[in-house]
Structure formats: structure tokens, C-alpha cells
Design a protein around this ligand. Structure first.
Ligand code: AMP
Length: 442
């Protein structure tokens, strides 16, 4: 019998459904940091004049192929693309910028006001090799600004990111910035790059060679160590900037300097997407083992036009939400949950019914109230109140109802008072709110 049970047990375990590789649940026990980040980010975005936008998770594949670029790691290897039942080619969004640009154009937002600032928070999907800080469904906090060419916006976005990370208690971050130039200065850079690559051809991987004709800039993204070595002294966009791009980048740098923000000019930073022009940046951390980017952004002055809209300068960034939370976990910034305000111990059917209505009214008023509907004994209900760290326990049994004297016990001081039913809920709201204020003051 025992053996049979054991066998059944194993069979049962084998059948338990699991998440897909690279996908994960974020459990209630982990959520407080996520919520804290979201709250701080939204507060800051609103202060800087951003409005939330919500975009679909699924888009036409073409949108990403045209914006991110056909010959990029994301489009070539990482997108979750499939045909739906009608044969339409669709993709789970691997990033937010393309969809926000699509939305800006589709709704002709530029006709009302070409200057628009958006933020969005949500999941992205890339079929990368899963490891710590890298998932196949991951979350980004994304910001985009349309209609402003001025370099002050570039600096302001880096300033905003820095402010958010400061508020969240992060230290040890480094901002790497670069300028990728514009269509004016790109051709001379590309020529120099191609000449250089030609001279290193025999040391490059097959993928790099394939990209030589199609998109030589992407060769600079290659992660293979031998290719990186061969490309160590490759020409940099910074050395080929036209006067306008050079002036633009100078303003970004001097503004950041004047604001006291540290940064490293990193000539090798190219970012993995095709649409970037001029300023590009990454905020890196060493807190997750090897140096990794916790946020990245850049200007994309050509993308709105490329996707069918009017010529509109634009710039944005994305924060890796999962990585941000992982860094915060390390510095132990988990906010403590506010304890339960009130636990209602209802004994008997009549008290259960009264307790139910009281608890709903209290919840409605923002008081965190719990009760137990399983008809448990006084002793086990008091245990549960303790487990939930209830600040107060309301005790309503048949006697208390009959005598119209409901007992309220302060679980910290152990003091008890009797309350009449007539004015019970407003009285409880008053007491619990005072207590919440005291907790928040401490
Ligand atoms: P990107 O859109 O590639 O510029 O990425 C912006 C940020 O998203 C990066 O700096 C990372 O922090 C984060 N990120 C990108 N890919 C992943 C991933 N697969 N898993 C977790 N975070 C990611």
C-alpha cells in the first residue's frame, strides 16, 4: 500500500506543469520591490512630464524587422515569431520603442503636438540563453520622447535615470555614453569600418563575415572573444562625427558634467539595434557578476520617418526591470510589508455574518482587515491573527453580540476596550487610521 502511494506520488510530481525555460513567476513574496520601483518610476516620470502609454504585446513581425533591423541578433535569432491561424506573421514584442513609434504614427499624435513624452512598463520577449539576469520573458521600464532634437533632452533622460536609481538606493553604477552619428557622417565611418574589417577578415567568425555586406556596424556587436580581439582597434563613430553631431554630443557631455553626473565616453558602445543615431548610452553595474547593463537608451532621429511618419527627432531608454530588482535584492532594500490592521474573530453564524459586512466596509475604507470563514475555534483564530501580525483583533461571539459590547484588543499593548455595534465601523476606521499614521511616522 505504502509503495503504491509512493509510486502514485512520483507519477503526480512528474505531471506537474512547469513554466517554459527562461520564463518565471514573480511570486507575492517577491513583489514588494517590483511595486516600490514602479511607484518611484511613475512618480518621477509624471514629474518630468511623461504620460503612460499601453501598447499591445503582439505586433506584426514586419514592425520589428523594419525598425530594429533585419540583420540584428534580436530579429535574426531571438524573436518569438509565429503565424496565426490565418497565416499572419506575428511577433511577441522584444522591445517597446518600435510599438510606441507605430502608435505615435498610427494615431497621428504629431498633429496635436509633435512633442510627446511616454512611459510604459511591461514584459518583453527574447529567446536568449537564460541565465541570472537574462530571461526570455523579462520586464522593461521604458521612456520615449518625440519631437525634441536638443541635446538637453539627451542629458535630461540620463539625469532622470540617475535620479531614479539614486532614489532606489543603488550605488556603483557607471554611465557609458557614445555618439553614433547621423546619416551625414555615417557613410565615411562605414567606409573606414569596412576597410578595417576587410583587413581582419581571416580572424572573424562566419556570422561576422555574413554581416559584412548586409550590416557591417552589427559586426561590432559580436560576442565571440576572438572577433572582439580582432575588432579591438576598429574605427569608432566618435572619430567620424560631422560638426552638428559633434556639437550635439559636446552639449550632452558638458550638461552632465555641470550636473555633477559621472560618465565614461565609451567609443565601443554601439547598442544592438539599427535605429540609433547620435547619443547612445548604457548604465552598467558589476553587482550581478560580470559587468552588465541595467538600462540602455539612445536617440533615433530617423525611425519615425522610416516607419511612415513625418521627420521627427526622438530618443528613449529602457531599464531592465528584472536586473534592477536583482541588484536591489542584494542591497537588501526590500520594503517591509505594512502589518495587517485588523483581524476579526467571529464565533458562531450570527457573528460570522456581522463580521463579513464589517470587514467589507473596513476594506472599502482602506483598512487592511482579514477574517476567517472556516468556523475555527477562538484559539486557532487568535493564532492566525498573530501569524498575520494583526495590530488589532476584534472579538465577536454570541455573548458580545447579545450584550452589544464587541471587544477590540490591541495586540501590541494587550489592552482591550468594548465597542457598541451602532457606531462600530467608523470607530474602528478611526482607531486603525491613527495606528497606521503612527506606524508610518516611526
Ligand atoms: P535593450 O532593449 O536591449 O537596450 O535592453 C535594455 C535593458 O533591458 C538592458 O540594459 C537590460 O537591463 C534589459 N534586458 C535586455 N534583455 C534582457 C533579458 N533577456 N533579460 C533580462 N533583462 C534584459
Amino acid at each position: 500500500m505504502f509503495i503504491l502511494n509512493l509510486a502514485n506520488n512520483f507519477k503526480y510530481k512528474e505531471n506537474i506543469m512547469q513554466t517554459i525555460r527562461g520564463f518565471r513567476d514573480i511570486l507575492p513574496e517577491q513583489i514588494s520591490l517590483w511595486q516600490k520601483v514602479e511607484k518611484e518610476a511613475i512618480l518621477l516620470f509624471e514629474a518630468f512630464g511623461f504620460k503612460e502609454i499601453r501598447i499591445p504585446i503582439l505586433e506584426k513581425t514586419e514592425l520589428f524587422a523594419r525598425s530594429i533591423g533585419e540583420v540584428t541578433d534580436i530579429v535574426e535569432k531571438e524573436m518569438y515569431t509565429f503565424e496565426d491561424r490565418k497565416g499572419d506573421k506575428l511577433t511577441l514584442r522584444p522591445e517597446a520603442t518600435a510599438s510606441i513609434v507605430r502608435s505615435y504614427i498610427q494615431h497621428k499624435m504629431y498633429t496635436i503636438d509633435p512633442v510627446r513624452k511616454f512611459y510604459m512598463i511591461g514584459p518583453m520577449f527574447r529567446r536568449e540563453r537564460p541565465q541570472k539576469g537574462r530571461y526570455r520573458q523579462f520586464y522593461q521600464i521604458d521612456a520615449e520622447v518625440f519631437g525634441i532634437e536638443s541635446a538637453y533632452i539627451d542629458s535630461q533622460l540620463i539625469f532622470l535615470l540617475n535620479e531614479l536609481f539614486k532614489r532606489l538606493g543603488l550605488t556603483g553604477l557607471s554611465a557609458h555614453i557614445n555618439s553614433l552619428g547621423c546619416p551625414e557622417c555615417r557613410p565615411s565611418f562605414q567606409k573606414a569600418l569596412l576597410d578595417f574589417i576587410e583587413s581582419k577578415k581571416d580572424r572573424l567568425c562566419e556570422n561576422c563575415l555574413r554581416r559584412m555586406d548586409k550590416n557591417p556596424l552589427r559586426i561590432l556587436d559580436c560576442k565571440i572573444a576572438d572577433c572582439r580581439k580582432a575588432l579591438a582597434n576598429a574605427p569608432a563613430t566618435l572619430d567620424y562625427l560631422c560638426n552638428d553631431c559633434s556639437d550635439h554630443f559636446d552639449i550632452v557631455k558638458t550638461t552632465l558634467e555641470k550636473q555633477g553626473l559621472d560618465f565614461i565616453v565609451d567609443k565601443s558602445l554601439v547598442r544592438g539595434l539599427d535605429y540609433y543615431t547620435r547619443t547612445a548610452w548604457e548604465i552598467q553595474t558589476t553587482a550581478l557578476g560580470a559587468q552588465s547593463a541595467i538600462a540602455g537608451g539612445g536617440r533615433y532621429d530617423g525611425l519615425v520617418k522610416e516607419l511612415g511618419g513625418p521627420q521627427t527627432p526622438a530618443i528613449g531608454f529602457a531599464i531592465g526591470f528584472d536586473r534592477l530588482v536583482e541588484v536591489m535584492e542584494q542591497i537588501d532594500k526590500t520594503p517591509e510589508d505594512r502589518p495587517l490592521d485588523l483581524f476579526i474573530v467571529s464565533l458562531g453564524d450570527a457573528a460570522m455574518e456581522k463580521g463579513y459586512h464589517w470587514s467589507c466596509e473596513l476594506n472599502q475604507a482602506g483598512i487592511r482587515t482579514e477574517m476567517d470563514f472556516r468556523g475555527k475555534s477562538m484559539k486557532s483564530l487568535m493564532k492566525r491573527a498573530d501569524k498575520l501580525s494583526a495590530q488589532y483583533v476584534l472579538i465577536a461571539g454570541e455573548n458580545e453580540l447579545m450584550e452589544n459590547a464587541i471587544v477590540l484588543r490591541n495586540m501590541n499593548t494587550k489592552e482591550q476596550v468594548s465597542l457598541a455595534m451602532e457606531n462600530l465601523v467608523p470607530e474602528l476606521i478611526k482607531i486603525c487610521k491613527n495606528n497606521i499614521e503612527e506606524i508610518l511616522r516611526d
